[in-house]
Design a protein around this ligand. Structure first.
Ligand SMILES: C[S@@+](CC[C@H](N)C(=O)[O-])C[C@H]1O[C@@H](n2cnc3c(N)ncnc32)[C@H](O)[C@@H]1O
Length: 330
């Protein structure tokens, strides 16, 4: 595993942006699978069971804000008892279980990481929800489910890992029943991103490498791809730009971290964690290469925080799109 981790990191860093990006696209399966097999324990340590961002109201806990973000999606997709939904890129099933509990719908989650699927099944059994949730290890670019299998399809910060938007949205469209909706929180660059600004370009490259992403799209590319596969776009807006006076999504990564609840994902918590990982690797308690993964994630965390502060990136471009009742119709 050490050689693979080292090769992955060295190759990804040294190749120069364009070449590295093209390689991440053409080899996305290996890249994304390896990335998520490697980082899942770190994610779980830092973020608990939901691997996504959310904005917080002033007195809201991080856990409550993540759950609210998930409930909003379930609500917008009209999930309720008797409905069956598909979660594209389910992580270890934190959002999926929350949405099952909130809505009473049955949900199937897919992930390319076998390790995540293992964790998801175990935690779902512990939660007593196995009858409402199912997990499948597969590539969401080509899934084996029959056409029109689901009432709703959703993804939370995952289609950014796909090598092309038309491919992943086309699969969502195929698997939806006519009239069914696809809802997603998308990673996107904002209008403030300046492709001539070296700092912006560096941050984008760090986000891509540290976040396991082949590329990051602009909102219009997401909208165009949804329409291109046949969806009717019902809503498309950046929820981060609508934040009232609350705490922005990137704050847990940028803040001082002196709150116990956010300690592990905070800047200070990450320094402490990184030091512990260094010691554990020296003592050979964790596998060689773990420190490099920790470094990679720290780089990503710093890039998320800075690009959030600059307003050049959003993890919550929200889209809601409907598959027409009749082909080409509404
Ligand atoms: C940032 S995580 C988000 C996980 C989950 N939605 C959550 O919020 O907790 C991205 C997820 O997408 C999955 N993923 C990425 N590319 C994939 C692919 N080609 N096929 C299936 N799953 C994929 C990863 O395995 C991971 O579970």
């Amino acid at each position: 595993m050490t050689a693979t981790i080292s090769g992955f990191l060295r190759g990804a860093i040294d190749d120069g942006d364009v070449e590295a990006r093209e390689r991440r696209k053409s080899e996305y399966q290996n890249f994304v699978k390896l990335y998520f097999d490697l980082v899942t324990d770190f994610y779980e340590y830092g973020w608990n069971r939901s691997f996504h961002f959310a904005s917080r109201a002033g007195n809201e806990s991080l856990a409550a804000s993540l759950a609210r973000h998930e409930h909003y999606l379930a609500h917008m997709l009209s999930l309720r008892p008797g409905k069956v939904a598909l979660d594209l890129g389910c992580g270890i099933g934190g959002p999926l279980r929350q949405m099952v509990r909130f809505s009473g719908a049955r949900i199937v989650g897919v992930s390319i990481s076998g390790y995540q699927i293992e964790r998801a099944r175990k935690q779902t059994e512990e939660a007593g929800l196995s009858h409402m949730a199912e997990y499948v290890e597969c590539d969401f670019m080509k899934m084996d489910f029959p056409d029109a299998s689901f009432d709703a399809v959703f993804s939370i910060e995952t289609t950014c890992c796909a090598p092309d938007k038309v491919g992943i949205f086309g699969e969502a469209f195929r698997l939806l029943k006519p009239g069914g909706c696809f809802g997603a929180y998308e990673y996107c660059l904002t209008d403030r991103f300046d492709s001539q600004d070296p700092q912006h370009l560096r941050l984008k490259a760090d986000l891509e490498l540290g976040g396991g992403l082949p590329d990051i799209a602009y909102p219009r590319e997401v909208d165009d791809a949804l329409r291109a596969v046949g969806f009717e776009l019902l809503e498309a807006r950046d929820l981060a730009a609508e934040e009232p006076s609350g705490i922005p999504w990137y704050e847990p990564l940028a803040g001082s971290g002196m709150s116990l609840a956010n300690f592990r994902s905070s800047r200070f918590g990450r320094v402490v964690t990184h030091g512990s990982v260094w010691t554990l690797e020296r003592l050979r308690i964790v596998p060689q290469g773990t420190l490099r993964v920790s470094k990679l994630l720290n780089m990503a965390a710093a890039a998320f925080a800075k690009s959030g502060q600059l307003g050049i990136f959003t993890p919550m471009y929200f889209v809601l799109a409907r598959k027409p009742e009749r082909p080409g119709g509404t």
